[in-house]
Design a protein. Structure first.
Length: 117
């Protein structure tokens, strides 16, 4: 039998405590308008290129937040990305490491990464 599972990641679910606040925060750091509706009272699909991100307040609990990055956001200019995030007042938890990536936290404590592609 041929394997029916594709070698693709469809979406990543991020646990968030407040779906509206999380939507606004993620859209702000990604330069997106907060268009689109919150689905079923707890899901917000962030319009991405490639692998998707779904914010989900139904799965949130403090112990379910990402303690290590489950994925990274791409950038072509790591210095510019670092200063952009820093100027937004985001909780940076590392400097630029190996001239390649840095980590930060969302308001719920999920650890996220930006990586030079």
């Amino acid at each position: 039998m041929e394997n029916p599972i594709l070698k693709q990641i469809g979406t990543v679910f991020i646990p968030v405590s407040n779906i509206q606040k999380a939507r606004d925060w993620y859209c702000d750091i990604l330069g997106l308008k907060t268009e689109g509706e919150v689905q079923f009272g707890h899901l917000y699909v962030i319009p991405m290129e490639g692998t998707g991100i779904v914010l989900d307040s139904k799965i949130y609990s403090e112990d379910r937040t990402f303690k290590t990055p489950a994925f990274h956001f791409n950038t072509k200019d790591i210095e510019k990305a670092f200063h952009f995030i820093s100027n937004k007042g985001v909780n940076l938890i590392s400097e630029i490491e190996h001239n390649h990536y840095f980590n930060f936290k969302d308001p719920d404590g999920n650890i996220l990464m930006v990586c030079k592609c």
